[in-house]
Write a protein that binds this ligand. Structure first.
Ligand SMILES: O=C(CCC1CCCC1)NO
Ligand SMILES: [Zn+2]
Length: 367
């Protein structure tokens, strides 16, 4: 198996400013802090663990190339692209669009390279140059909608890659499975009326964005039934996520019959993440990964690619990512150093209310 891997040093240079979420503001008590919650150090640490663990030597480097304006415009409006480029020229940069997604001067180039990393990985998976792979890109993308960015996302990397797969590589059906803990509202919006892209979002119900990701959001027009939301209760752990995968995601993929599966791989559903309240462990992410790898082999000759989204625990994200990469390499799961603490907190048992939430999603109208 040849497993591709995308990383570029500038992904670790994304300037997230001096705030923790909102910009520092002495008048409102928002003290400056060294690391914004989305500080790139978390993803740099993931990369460094991949390197120090020895896995990097077993991965095939895939070189990120900046997404072109044409690539970005397949998904985003000209106005959004123009604004990001304009603000990226300012001495202190700008914001993706919601006031808590800062980027520094040159942020456009990093965001274009993030989207371009996803494109390059998809290109090599579809052409079978590599069997599968992981794009450890930054900034993330799944909240970015056609006309704007939000939630730390400037451009919707995975949608830009999906559009490339359709329009340039000629694929007719692409599925996006989003296990980032927050609703993939941007990805959903972009493809909401389009039956050629199935979007499936597993997320903590109402965690972010506000009032988004309801079960009833199923697509519109020709796209009716091709947007699937699986809102999960807070504290859902490995058992709930694996059950949701088995009961909702895999059946939907089998019905849709994608030619390519893209996984929006956020690790903020982890038990140690500061921006959500789920309890997924590195073992849980390994189990989810095994399942999507197997269904890709079953449905589309293994054409599956993983694109980094969120994940904010600098302590734990590296080990969640390592567990996913070990699964891609066919290595057995290895408990991480936090396992004695995180694997005894109860997320490994499916609770009734979790099962009920998942059954509700499983019985939503078919596509
Ligand atoms: O990881 C993210 C970003 C979530 C934060 C954006 C503002 C508050 C929560 N989205 O997937
Ligand atoms: Zn997230």
């Amino acid at each position: 198996m040849t497993i591709g891997y995308v990383w570029n040093t500038v992904y670790g240079w994304a300037d997230t400013g001096s705030g923790s979420l909102f910009p520092a503001d002495a008048t409102t008590g928002l003290q400056p802090i060294g690391h914004h919650l989305a500080h790139p150090d978390t993803k740099r640490r993931f990369h460094e663990l991949v390197a120090v663990s020895g896995l990097l030597d077993r991965l095939r480097p895939v070189r990120a190339v900046p997404a072109t304006e044409a690539d970005i415009l397949r998904v985003h409006t000209a106005e959004h692209l123009a604004r990001i480029k304009e603000e990226s020229l300012l001495p202190k940069g700008g914001d993706a669009g919601d006031g808590c997604s800062p980027f520094g001067r040159g942020g456009y180039e990093i965001a274009a390279l993030s989207a371009g990393g996803a494109i390059q990985l998809v290109d090599q998976v579809v052409s079978r140059t590599i069997d599968t792979g992981y794009a450890l890109v930054n900034p993330p993308g799944h909240h970015a909608y056609r006309a704007g960015g939000m939630g730390f996302c400037i451009f919707n990397n995975i949608s830009i890659a999906a559009a490339y797969a359709k329009d340039v590589l000629g694929l007719e059906r692409v599925a996006v499975v989003d296990w980032d803990v927050h609703h993939g509202n941007g990805t959903q919006e972009i493809w909401y009326s389009d039956p050629s892209v199935l979007t499936v979002s597993l997320h903590q119900h109402l965690c972010f964005p506000p009032n988004s990701g309801y079960l009833e959001e199923r697509g519109t027009g020709a796209g009716e039934g091709f947007s699937i939301n699986i809102p999960l209760p807070p504290a859902s752990g490995d058992a709930a996520y694996v059950h949701a995968m088995d009961e909702v995601v895999l059946p939907a993929l089998r019905e849709f019959r994608p030619e390519l599966i893209l996984v929006a791989s956020g690790f903020d559903a982890s038990i140690m993440d500061p921006l959500a309240r789920q309890m997924v462990t590195s073992a849980g992410f390994a189990r989810l990964t095994r399942r999507v790898l197997d269904v890709a082999a079953e449905l589309c000759e293994g054409r599956i690619a993983f694109v980094q989204e969120g994940g904010y625990s600098p302590h734990y994200v590296p080990f969640c990512g390592l567990a996913v990469l070990r699964e891609l390499l066919g290595d057995p799961y290895e408990p991480d150093p936090y396992s004695p603490i995180v694997s005894t907190q109860g997320g490994d048992v499916l609770l009734d209310h979790e099962a009920e939430a998942i059954q509700a999603a499983a019985h939503a109208p078919a596509m």
